[in-house]
Design a protein around this ligand. Structure first.
Ligand SMILES: [Mn+2]
Length: 323
């Protein structure tokens, strides 16, 4: 049996796809198309015949597997951990948890959920090499890092592969190859691949440049930091705000991706170390939903068609994020 797999365009999506691929191979099944998906697809995704009508690839179509992304009732297999998985109320009632479909927002990473579900539901015994992958995705997808410095300096094999994911997130061939590597090699070996190490060196250089830009342009509004990266080609450095100012609670960034203006919001993962500080506790995924986006409690994003709309959205977010 051949399936097409649709995975969220991040490391957790790829890691989830790698586990599914290893599982399918053991059953004698295969994957036809590897397709990264993101929230810019939402409007089309929410149509009934999406898998039959999209133009994300050409050639024969197979039953769809969806991981780390929104629910679709036509998915033959679906595993997700986003609490914002149901964007159409009538689809929520069509979801039935069974061996092939499972939502569980209690998992820090979808990769971890898939690891557990394939074992519980199918009696599959995942090879031991996947333990490192699950461990790192639980850190990376839930922003459970030791310190902002771990992220800024890319410390550890998971951070190194994450840098490669970032460097190849619009390269379908590299992405499919990475999923294949993650499904058949230990994470440490994937991290040591020359192409990955090359991306790591580039990312560390970029991070230093980016850090200097943040130092000069970051604005603070109450508990919130704001950085506008639209006029630069610098990568966002999600934890630079907390690296530079540990009192920041929420970090807002504006970026341009293709034709869209993406507003990303994150919460300071080390805020509990700020003893005695009070701040507004906001579910960011829910907040982003009001703007057509999504995410987790601690991080989310949404997109706007113009910079003016993005700035207007930012003003509303500032009101919601400050006490
Ligand atoms: Mn995830």
């Amino acid at each position: 049996m051949t399936y097409d797999i649709y995975f969220h365009n991040d490391f957790d999506g790829r890691a989830s796809a790698a586990l599914i691929l290893a599982f399918l191979r053991d059953r004698g099944d295969t994957i036809g198309h590897f397709t990264a998906v993101d929230y810019d697809l939402t409007a089309r995704w929410l149509t009934e015949r999406f898998f039959a009508t999209h133009r994300l690839f050409t050639g024969p179509r197979h039953p769809a597997i969806v991981v780390d992304f929104m629910y679709h009732p036509e998915a033959a297999m679906w595993f997700d951990h986003h609490p914002t998985a149901f964007k159409r109320p009538e689809w929520r009632s069509r979801y039935v948890r069974d061996a092939y479909h499972r939502l569980d927002p209690s998992y820090r990473s979808n990769c971890h959920l898939v690891h557990v579900a394939l074992r519980e539901n199918f009696g599959w015994r995942p090879p031991a090499r996947f333990k490192d992958l699950v461990k790192w995705l639980d850190i990376i997808d839930a922003a459970g890092y030791r310190s902002p410095g771990q992220v800024v300096n890319l410390e550890g094999i998971g951070m190194e592969v994450e840098a490669y994911v970032d460097a190849t997130d619009d390269d379908p061939r590299a992405t499919a190859a990475l999923i294949n590597a993650l499904s058949s090699m230990p994470l440490a070996e994937v991290a040591a691949l020359p192409k990955v190490q090359k991306a790591v060196r580039g990312a560390r250089r970029e991070n230093l440049k980016s850090l200097a830009f943040y130092r000069n342009h970051m604005r603070i509004v109450g508990d919130v930091s704001l950085i506008d990266l639209t006029g630069t080609d610098l990568p966002s450095l999600r934890f630079a705000p907390y690296y530079l100012d540990k009192n920041v609670i929420y970090a807002l960034r504006i970026q341009k991706k293709g034709r869209y203006y993406i507003v990303g919001v994150g919460v300071n993962p080390w805020r509990s170390r700020l003893k005695g500080r009070t701040y507004r506790d906001v579910h960011i995924g829910e907040l982003m939903r009001r703007f057509g986006g999504g995410g987790h409690k601690g991080a989310g994003a949404c997109e706007f068609r113009t910079k003016r709309d993005a700035l207007r959205g930012v003003e509303q977010m500032l009101l919601r994020l400050n006490p």
